[in-house]
Design a binder for this molecule. Structure first.
Ligand SMILES: *[C@@H]1O[C@H](CO)[C@@H](O)[C@H](O)[C@H]1NC(C)=O
Ligand SMILES: *[C@@H]1O[C@H](CO)[C@@H](O)[C@H](O)[C@H]1NC(C)=O
Length: 327
């Protein structure tokens, strides 16, 4: 007999044999059985290796097969996360700052990282996403937000050292807010008895999209392969621009103190990458991948600059809904 069946029988016997509205010791017993059952089949996530363990191969395969057109991000992220997770005693938390236009895969990559570290992926209670619009909307509450953010990070890292914090829409965040957590990102052994060195912080920003696009366009105009673009062509540009412009990291000591491990560029996507995105989406939906459909979806997107039409304006962002129309 299946476990579920036993469970159902127990339920029926224990509830049916006792009249309602009377003292019901079996009801209590049943609750006990039920709780035990839930604990066995759906135990609470805990901060240990059963729930948190890095799958290096998994991340590598995911990056290679699901992320398109991002040779720099793919390589740097795999190295950075792998190096960090295989070090039992890191000197500081891992801090990644992801930059690029919308639809180039920044949030997607954060999900891949979470899925290959936490068994529950983005649903893990140790993964926290903050967005400017949801959590830090009102400028006048700046001081409250600062205190709140510090408290949240501290509370959550106290709960679990291997916590992950994703800050989406950094460019919409009040400049200076992120500096309130600077001590946690620094090279401290412990602060107030808490060590933050095993935590991961990911900042996501659209702000430096133009600089990245310009570099990609320069390569394109010179007839050089996009794959020749290297991290060093962009990393300094990104950090300088993030420091000078409204990026959420403006005038941030995270930059002057070199507390961001990597500034990672996400390149604007060409039509061939959009085609790959569509084919991957079909596969994910268990449809037969159809090159013609993929070509058509890619063809119907909007590209820029106006004259050259090289890059997809919204990257791969809208292809999920577009695909519905073509199939
Ligand atoms: C952890 O962070 C969340 C926000 O993601 C917050 O609501 C919660 O209170 C924090 N937990 C602790 C113990 O501080
Ligand atoms: C940001 O700052 C850099 C360097 O200071 C500058 O060259 C660039 O034009 C700025 N970008 C934007 C979008 O304002």
């Amino acid at each position: 007999m299946k476990a579920v069946q036993i469970y159902l029988w127990l339920h029926i016997i224990l509830t049916a044999s006792v009249p309602v509205n009377t003292f019901n010791p079996f009801g209590k017993m049943f609750d006990g059985v039920k709780n035990l059952w839930q604990k066995i089949y759906n135990p609470d996530e805990s901060c240990d290796s059963k729930w948190i363990s890095f799958n290096e191969t998994g991340l590598q395969v995911d990056l290679e097969s699901k992320l398109f057109g991002q040779h720099i991000a793919s390589r740097v992220i795999l190295k950075a996360v792998n190096g960090f997770m295989s070090n039992d005693n890191p000197k500081k938390p891992l801090v990644l700052s992801l930059h690029g236009r919308t639809g180039t895969g920044k949030n997607f990559v954060s999900n891949l990282i979470a899925e290959n570290i936490y068994k529950e992926g983005m649903d893990s209670s140790f993964v926290h996403v903050f967005t400017a619009e949801l959590h830090f909307q009102h400028k006048r509450k700046f001081e409250i937000y600062k205190a709140q953010l510090q408290q949240w990070i501290k509370g959550n890292v106290t709960n679990c050292a291997r916590s992950m914090f994703i800050f989406d829409e950094m460019d919409k965040m009040h400049p200076g807010l992120i500096d309130s957590i600077k001590p946690y990102l620094d090279y401290y052994h412990k602060l107030d008895g808490v060590s933050y060195r095993k935590a991961i912080f990911i900042f996501i920003s659209n702000a430096e999209g133009d600089i990245i696009t310009q570099t990609a366009l320069d390569f394109w105009n010179e007839g050089r392969a996009r794959e020749e673009i290297e991290l060093k062509d962009l990393e300094t540009l990104l950090s300088v621009s993030a420091f000078n412009n409204n990026s959420g990291l403006q005038h941030s000591r995270l930059i002057t103190k070199h507390l961001v491990n990597f500034f990672i560029p996400f390149l604007p996507l060409e039509d061939r990458h959009v085609v790959q995105c569509v084919l991957a989406e079909m596969k994910a939906r268990r449809l037969q991948p159809d090159q013609n459909v993929a070509d058509q979806v890619a063809r119907d997107l909007v590209y820029f600059p106006k004259s050259e039409r090289v890059f997809s304006v919204r990257g791969c962002k809208t292809i999920q809904s577009k695909l519905d129309i073509y199939i």
